[in-house]
Each structure stands twice: as structure tokens, then as C-alpha cells.
Design a protein around this ligand. Structure first.
Ligand code: CDV
Length: 313
């Protein structure tokens, strides 16, 4: 069983509306080769990696957004990435917009696949925590229409075995919610992959810019430590047609420490030799779930989404 896994976060610089899939896939392949050259066996690409972050745009006819969705994975445009990864024997996580047909109904999901070193899809995750809104908000500088263009993921939080270890996936906003890590951690997760697209401004409330990056790392570092898991996180970075994305891709150890970090707002590969046994002592001591969790007091977490309207007597 693998103890050390050299894993990479492959950050994407801006992808503009006018950029076609072929050019983006070419950039992903370049980074895949760079990671392989550095000895990496797993590469994590961002959320919605094949296109610009299109939920920032409103179209009166929502079907206009369908051009950003993949109808098959791999499809003709993504096949070269799968083929190169198979040739190199590198596994990867890829975020994309998924248009699927299930029982005669068309569905739209914000999805990610985990592809094994043999080129086969090992697992699929569909984003559960969709941020933003479904209506057009004219006063905003840009929209965040994930609630318009996507349905809530219907696959839960599965985990998969790869390289003999237990891996989990989530997507962007999921990383801010402790439940995401905890559910997968209860299934034995040892490494979590996450791709994200985070705008560099909070449009709903004025906030100092630095808080965007602080909260990005704060939540992932806490999630890693509280669950004794590795986190490999890959961002979009820089200005997409003038709209800034924070970047800050990184690799976080089960101690909660960031051990590798992107320094640019461009395409950039960062990697680390992840000791997959490092989380064991955390899971045996301070976060020994079996010894210390008090589930008899946690019922409200799954019984209600929000707080009491008024403090109970
Ligand atoms: N793509 C995202 O899910 N972005 C959110 C933004 C809207 C806050 C995030 O959590 O980074």
C-alpha cells in the first residue's frame, strides 16, 4: 500500500469566454506532463476547468448556458487529456459542467470525475452545496447563478479507493462546510481533492479583499486537521475577462499546515510528497472519533438547516 503519494494541484490562470475547449485542454495536458515530469501520480485540476466560470453571466434563455456543459466524459475535446494521462500513468481529478440524461430527463450538475492511472473513470461527484442565486440581480457587477444553471448533486459524498488509499472529492463551496469533510472522513477518507472558482470580491457584503484568501485557506486547513486528512486544492486564478478569481491553490497536510502553495495567478503546478499515514496519529488521539464523538448531542445537524428563529426558553 502506498505510504507516500506525490500529488499535484494544477492551477489554471484565467479562462476567457472566447477560449475554446481545445486550448484549455492543451493547457491541462501541459500541466499534466509537468506534474508527471516531477514524479507526481495524482493531479487535481480546478472546478469547471474546461471553460470560463460561466455562472457569472445571465442569459434570458438558460439553455444558452448548455454550450458550457459536457454531454459525455470523455468527449471528443477531453479525450486527448484522458489519453495522455493513461499514457503517462497519472490519475487526475477534473471539474466540469455535466449535462446528463436520466430516465428521459435532462439534468445539469456541477461535477468532477476521478480518473485512475489506467484512464478509467473511478468515481464521479456532483456538487452538493450550490452557492449564489437563481434570479437576475441587476445591481451586481457580476452574477453567481449556480442555483440557476445546476441542480443539487444527487450522489452524496462517496469515497473511492485509489493507490490502495481512501480518497474523497468535493467542489468549491463544499469546502467551506464542515459536514463535507466529516461525512467522508467517517468513511475513512485519507485525501480529499477539491477544485474551486472563487471570485476575489464579496458582492453581498463589503469585506476587505484579503479575507477571501484567508477564508479559503482557513476552512480547508481546519477541515484537514479536524479530520486528519490531506487536502489537495486547485483553483482558477487571475482575471477572467476582467473578473478576478483568487487562486491560492495549495496542498494541506492532516496537521492543518499548508505544505505547498501556488505563488502566481497563472497556470501553475505545485506538488508534495504526501505521507498518507500522517493522519493516523490525529485519528488515534485528539480526533479519535469512536472514543470522543458525542452523536447523542448532534441530532440538530441533520434535523434542521438553520438556527432557531428565536432562542428557546
Ligand atoms: N464556485 C463557488 O462555489 N464559489 C464560491 C463563492 C461564491 C463564495 C466559493 O465558496 O468559493
Amino acid at each position: 500500500m502506498t505510504r507516500y503519494l506525490r500529488a499535484a494541484a494544477a492551477q489554471l490562470g484565467p479562462v476567457h469566454l472566447a477560449d475554446d475547449r481545445a486550448s484549455v485542454v492543451g493547457r491541462l495536458i501541459e500541466m499534466l506532463r509537468e506534474a508527471h515530469g516531477a514524479g507526481c501520480r495524482l493531479v487535481v485540476f480546478p472546478e469547471l476547468a474546461l471553460t470560463t466560470f460561466f455562472p457569472r453571466y445571465w442569459w434570458d434563455d438558460a439553455a444558452e448556458a448548455d454550450r458550457f456543459f459536457e454531454r459525455e466524459m470523455p468527449g471528443p475535446e477531453t479525450a486527448p487529456l484522458f489519453e495522455e494521462a493513461k499514457r503517462l500513468g497519472v490519475a487526475f481529478y477534473l471539474g466540469y459542467a455535466e449535462l446528463s440524461e436520466e430516465e428521459g430527463q435532462v439534468h445539469h450538475y456541477n461535477s468532477a470525475v476521478l480518473v485512475g492511472p489506467g484512464g478509467d473513470i473511478v468515481g464521479k461527484y456532483r456538487k452538493v452545496h450550490l452557492p449564489g442565486h437563481a434570479d437576475h440581480r441587476a445591481a451586481l457587477e457580476f452574477q453567481h447563478l449556480e442555483k440557476r444553471y445546476f441542480e443539487v448533486g444527487n450522489l452524496g459524498f462517496p469515497v473511492w479507493r485509489l493507490f490502495g488509499r481512501v480518497m474523497g472529492m468535493c467542489i468549491c463551496n463544499d469546502r467551506r462546510w464542515p459536514e463535507t469533510y466529516r461525512v467522508m472522513s467517517l468513511k475513512g477518507m485519507e485525501l480529499m481533492m477539491v477544485g474551486y472558482n472563487t471570485p476575489d470580491t464579496n458582492q453581498y457584503h463589503p469585506e476587505p479583499k484579503h479575507l477571501k484568501m484567508f477564508h479559503n485557506h482557513l476552512t480547508m486547513q481546519a477541515g484537514a486537521y479536524q479530520n486528519g486528512t490531506w487536502v489537495v486544492a486547485s483553483a482558477k486564478a487571475g482575471a477572467e475577462d476582467g473578473f478576478g478569481m483568487i487562486g491560492g491553490s495549495c496542498i494541506i497536510a492532516p496537521t492543518g499546515e499548508r505544505v505547498a502553495q501556488a505563488l502566481t495567478e497563472e497556470d501553475e503546478v505545485v506538488f508534495y510528497d504526501c505521507d498518507l499515514d500522517l493522519g493516523d496519529y490525529i485519528k488515534r488521539t485528539v480526533f479519535n472519533f469512536e472514543a470522543h464523538r458525542r452523536i447523542e448531542h448532534y441530532g440538530l445537524i441533520t434535523e434542521r438547516t438553520g438556527p432557531f428563529a428565536a432562542a428557546p426558553d
